[in-house]
Design a protein around this ligand. Structure first.
Ligand SMILES: C[S@@+](CC[C@H](N)C(=O)[O-])C[C@H]1O[C@@H](n2cnc3c(N)ncnc32)[C@H](O)[C@@H]1O
Length: 202
């Protein structure tokens, strides 16, 4: 499946909630393991239907949830409204234009399951660095570079095509080319890793 939205990152279509929620039973735990802390000003970049946005907004000072697909943003908006969680702005736009989409500097920018599809990853990283506070963190959660047929959820191979998947080393090299430096690399079982970056020199 490929989206027809101009600028859409390849291989980043939002999966069905059935297997997504089985794969990610503890989104709050993933946020915590990658350095998210209560009270932060945060961005959920390429937020999809808001599976991570909800636990983030529960604890954050403020969240900006960004996605290029307005329909996904509507799902996310509804998810938070149904649970009575407030404090999130939903903004439709292209991740490259991040500086135009956020209204305040960010402590924590979280990008799950999308970096692998970005055509110019150093450019995206520079856009992120421009809106991070000095001590801010950029977190990339990616599928491990395993063959797709081995990453099964609910009995079926899942996730982006094998050739789109990035090793931690490739992800780190691209983010460092965009001006950030790695501060932590964490395993996010069963099939992901989380790479945490800070501004170079911080
Ligand atoms: C695989 S989904 C992951 C959603 C969410 N991060 C999660 O892990 O649950 C990737 C999302 O990236 C969005 N996306 C794709 N290209 C984008 C772009 N250029 N700018 C912003 N969002 C984009 C898609 O619409 C989709 O909702």
């Amino acid at each position: 499946m490929t989206s027809s939205i101009p600028g859409f990152f390849q291989g980043t279509e939002m999966p069905s909630a059935t297997w997504w929620e089985a794969l990610w039973p503890d989104p709050a735990g993933v946020l915590s393991a990658t350095g998210f802390k209560p009270g932060m000003n945060a961005v959920d970049l390429c937020c999809g239907d808001g599976w991570f946005t909800l636990p983030m907004t529960r604890l954050a000072s403020h969240v900006t949830a960004i996605d290029i697909d307005a329909e996904q943003l509507d799902f996310a908006r509804r998810r938070l409204a149904e649970t009575g969680v407030a404090g999130c702005d939903f903004v439709a736009g292209d991740a490259y234009a991040l500086a135009e989409l956020v209204s305040r500097p960010s402590d924590f920018i979280f990008m799950a399951n999308a970096f692998h599809g970005v055509p110019d990853r150093p450019r995206l990283t520079r856009a992120v660095a421009a809106v991070l506070v000095a001590a801010g963190r950029f977190v990339i959660v990616n599928w491990h570079q395993k063959p797709r047929e081995t990453t099964k959820v609910l009995g079926e191979p899942r996730g982006p095509r094998t050739e789109l998947r990035l090793s931690p080393e490739q992800t780190i090299a691209d983010a460092e080319a965009g001006g950030l430096r790695l501060t932590a690399l964490v395993d996010v079982p069963p099939y992901h890793y989380g790479a945490v970056f800070a501004k170079a020199g911080q």
